[in-house]
Design a protein around this ligand. Structure first.
Ligand code: 0A1
Ligand code: ZN
Length: 849
């Protein structure tokens, strides 16, 4: 455990810094273990400041010198920074510090990755570079000079001058320190150009390590599409002469929106047909867009403090989802997002880590880059837009950009623009930001004399620190169908504001079939006494593609749950309906692939728990296997034809149409493999000319326990490609039988290519293990122990990634006492590790409490 009690920060304690920063000048003299950072910072004491304390954050810095207005000063170095007596008039602060980028395995601040220097400053990494008021509400322009032998020396803003061994940059847009970036290395660029709608020419570059230059073209296209889209949809133009993206192998997260110099985890930008799957391409397109969109929602308008993180993240996720929907298929994107929300955010919201999109306290802010802040934050924006309508949404956004450009803002600022643009009172809506937990929405209905009434009752279970929940505003999109499947009431948004509320539909000839929560119009759990017959009807007829999928998803879940709890055989009406839909060539292959996607086993466990039962991971696994086997047999006649129909003619292209066919290919092939002992999968593996097909075939072979040769040849073919090797590591585990998963994972941790130092590789192995529901939760506890062992080992090097991965243990309260005790034992073992980081300590403490 950490020696001193960890400090907790509270939203209610916010106080502004008592000084403005007029300008920042930094000089970096790069050296792997002894980089010197010289800072010249002009501070202006604020009149009427609440506090005139001059405290600068600083961590792991060796202070060489400090001066004010040219005179050396004595400072008091304290835990986390320094105090200094300063004048009450504007002054120049100059300091020199030494740092050790090579020794920085936490990947926060300035560090080295494969011989290249790079930075990660969000959230609080800048304080590991120099002494500074490292808080997002302190904004300033930056001038940066970099001195080093590397061929490429980059920082934020525009390049101003360069020579042999040095380069200078100037960022004219005031920014907080978390958006600072520096990159230096012998990199190669993939250049391009973009002309903004007002005619400004922008240089675009993607910088990579030599050897990766063939993997930049897709990312560049995605960037240009994002730039155009933000101009067209939000009216936002780019504002510098240059936009640089750098690919880095060792990175804790996906990517980072540093002003003018985005740094990307190489897995989130590098792509080629031979090495990347369709899913990789789609993700890369979305992340490029996300980081680019941050230029306005995050950079030009930033957050006042880290409690407001969802102000930039929820909005930017919402914007990137809109972008993907526009570039690809709107319903497919929505279904994918809801699957991800239920898999990642719902467990968080319903377990010990539950927190509101705007948390009110934290110990380590890095632990709050969560699905709740990001994905639920985006759902909240989606609800806002649905409530006010498209026109008013964009009106409010225009006002937001006009009013707050250049400012560090709060959720209150955000909601005020909606109030001012639309005249609506947002006080109740604001509860979505302050209340944690997923609301349950119980529905009942009644038909009487031509009037159909839907009654909703909302409730949210207590969450840590929040016992009482007030009713929220819930937009419920509803449509009605007649018994022939015709839509008799097009989608109407019901605005629920009370704990219990009814809505009536008049003038109906007969009792309709309701389609409720279309497009998943609110992040809630819908509870309705309904029948499989009605679900099957909606699965066949719903005119809302999301709810059509949702009906099938509910059937898929209920069928498996009945198999698990009552030993029933798979529901035959559902099987028939599923087969009919899968064979329907008029439907989008991507949609059919989603319909064939089995419900997550962890999701089934959560549902059982919510129904007061104790989930048995092995039983859940067995039911899923039996169902798939039954489906394969029932569909056997059609499988060869369906398989053939997924062939995409012509060269590989990662567009939505081809990707949809290949997604269906993967599903059909996995069914076929159950019947033909892997023959077709082997053929596909041998003939595939792209990673999507090769990967799908390898997965099928491994799952059928016929993958040894294919796996070895895949390894031989790709061992030099780090990103493909991550896939290889993960697949061995995710395709294993439950009882073998932990053993295989353990063996892989001794593989020469396994390393704790690369977060992608660590996540490939440990993420695959914790994502294998039945494998991770084997009653032997081997999965738990292996993960805990590796988290303890990683914590000493990289607290951030360790802490994030502790979340694998968050769902312990769902399981039986034996498993609960095993998991708690491992959490306690982690918690009592000597020298445990603050990050990991906070996570395990919250999970255990
Ligand atoms: N703002 C980034 C996410 C991010 C956060 C923290 C990081 O440090 C480890 C890195 C990236 C985004 O939303 O893309
Ligand atoms: Zn973001």
């Amino acid at each position: 455990m950490t020696s001193s009690a960890p400090q907790t920060f509270y939203l209610k304690d916010y106080t502004p810094f008592g000084f403005d920063v007029e300008s920042v000048e930094l000089t970096f003299k790069l050296a792997p273990t002894a980089t010197r950072v010289l800072s010249r910072i002009r501070f202006i004491p604020q009149e009427n400041a609440a506090s005139s304390d001059f405290f600068l954050h600083g961590e792991e810095l060796e202070l060489i010198s400090a001066a004010i207005d040219g005179t050396p000063v004595q400072v008091e170095e304290v835990d986390g920074g320094l105090n200094c007596a300063v004048p009450s008039t504007p002054f120049l602060w100059e300091a020199e510090v030494e740092i050790n980028p090579k020794g920085n395995t936490a990947l926060e601040g300035l560090y080295m990755s494969n011989g290249m220097y790079c930075t990660q400053c969000e959230a609080e990494g800048f304080r590991k570079i120099t002494y500074y008021p490292d808080r997002p509400d302190v904004m300033s322009t930056f001038k940066v000079r970099i001195e080093g032998p590397e061929k490429v020396l980059l920082s934020n803003g525009n390049p101003t001058a360069s020579g042999e061994g040095w380069a200078e940059w100037h960022d004219p847009w005031p920014k907080p320190a978390y958006l600072f970036a520096l990159v230096a290395g012998d990199l190669i660029n993939h250049p391009d150009h973009f002309t903004t709608k007002s005619g400004k020419d922008v240089d675009l570059n993607i910088w990579v390590r030599p050897g990766d230059e063939g993997k930049c073209a897709f990312g560049m296209e995605a960037l240009k599409k994002s730039m155009t889209w933000d101009e067209e949809v939000y009216g936002r133009e780019y504002d510098l002469d240059i936009f640089n993206i750098v690919a880095v192998d060792d990175f804790n997260m996906g990517a980072m929106e540093n002003k003018g110099l985005n740094v990307f985890n190489s897995s989130c930008v590098l792509a080629s047909p031979e090495t990347s799957t369709d899913a990789n391409f789609e993700r890369i397109e979305a992340i490029i867009a996300h980081e680019y969109f941050h230029n306005w929602t995050g950079n030009r308008i930033t957050c006042r403090d880290w409690f407001q993180l969802c102000l930039k993240e929820g909005l930017t996720v919402y914007r990137d989802a809109q972008f993907t929907a526009d570039m690809r298929s709107e319903p497919v994107k929505r279904i994918e997002d809801v699957i991800a929300l239920r898999a990642r955010q719902f467990p968080e919201d319903q377990g010990p880590l539950s927190h509101p999109p705007r948390p009110e306290e934290f110990q380590e802010i890095n632990n709050f880059y969560t699905a709740t802040v990001y994905e639920k934050g985006a759902e909240v924006i989606g609800m806002l837009k649905r409530l006010v309508g498209d026109a008013d949404y964009y009106k409010a956004l225009d006002l937001y950009f006009d009013r707050h450009d250049g400012q560090a803002c709060t959720i209150e600022d955000w909601l005020s623009v909606f109030e001012d643009a639309t005249g609506r009172d947002m006080a109740q809506f604001k509860r979505w930001y302050s209340q944690a937990g997923t609301p349950k929405l119980k529905v009942s209905d009644n038909f009487d004399a031509g009037t159909y009434t839907l009654t909703f009752e909302q409730s949210t279970a207590p969450t840590p620190g929040q016992d009482i929940k007030d009713p929220r505003v819930i937009p419920i999109a509803v449509g009605l169908l007649n018994d022939k499947g015709d839509e008799i009431q097009p989608t109407r948004v019901l605005e629920m504001t009370q704990a219990t509320q009814s809505f009536a539909f008049d003038g109906l000839a007969a009792k309709p079939v309701p389609s409720i929560l279309r497009e998943f119009s609110a992040p809630v759990i819908l509870e309705r006494d309904t029948t499989n017959t009605e679900r099957t009807f909606l699965f066949a007829h719903d005119t809302d593609p999301f709810n059509r999928w949702e009906a099938g998803n509910a059937l898929a879940k209920e069928t498996r749950l009945a198999m698990i709890t009552a030993g029933e055989a798979p529901d035959s009406a559902y099987l028939d309906a599923l087969i009919k839909l899968v064979r329907d060539d008029t439907l989008d292959p991507a949609f059919r692939a989603l319909v064939l996607q089995a419900p997550g086993q962890s999701d089934l466990a959560q549902t059982l728990h919510a129904r007061g039962q104790v989930p048995d991971p092995q039983k859940i696994y067995d039911a899923s296997e039996t169902f798939t086997q039954t489906l394969a047999q029932a569909l056997s006649d059609s499988l060869p034809r369906l398989y053939a129909a997924t062939t995409v003619d012509g060269p590989y292209s990662p567009d939505a149409e081809g990707a949809g066919k290949r997604a269906l290919n993967a599903r059909i092939l996995s069914l076929l493999t159950r019947l033909d002992a892997g023959e077709q999968a082997q053929r596909q593996f041998e003939t595939a000319d792209n990673m999507t097909l090769q990967y799908a075939a390898l997965a099928c072979l491994l799952k059928a326990d016929k993958g040894a040769d294919a796996s070895a040849s895949f390894f031989d073919q790709w061992q030099e490609d780090r990103l493909v090797m991550d896939k290889w590591f993960a697949l061995q585990i995710s395709c294993a039988e439950p009882e073998a998963a932990a053993r295989i994972a353990k063996e892989l941790t001794t593989h020469p290519l396994f390393t704790l130092k690369n977060p992608n590789r660590f996540r490939a192995v440990m993420g695959a293990l914790s994502g294998h529901h039945a494998g991770f939760h084997q009653i032997s506890g081997a999965g738990y122990t292996l993960l805990a062992d590796n988290l303890i080992a990683l914590d000493a090097l990289n607290p951030q990634t360790t802490a994030r991965m502790c979340a694998a243990f968050q769902s312990w309260p769902r399981y039986d006492t034996a498993r609960q005790e095993l998991i708690k034992g491992e959490l306690q073992r982690i918690a009592t590790t000597k020298g445990l980081s603050r990050d990991t300590n906070e996570m395990v403490t919250r999970i255990l409490n």
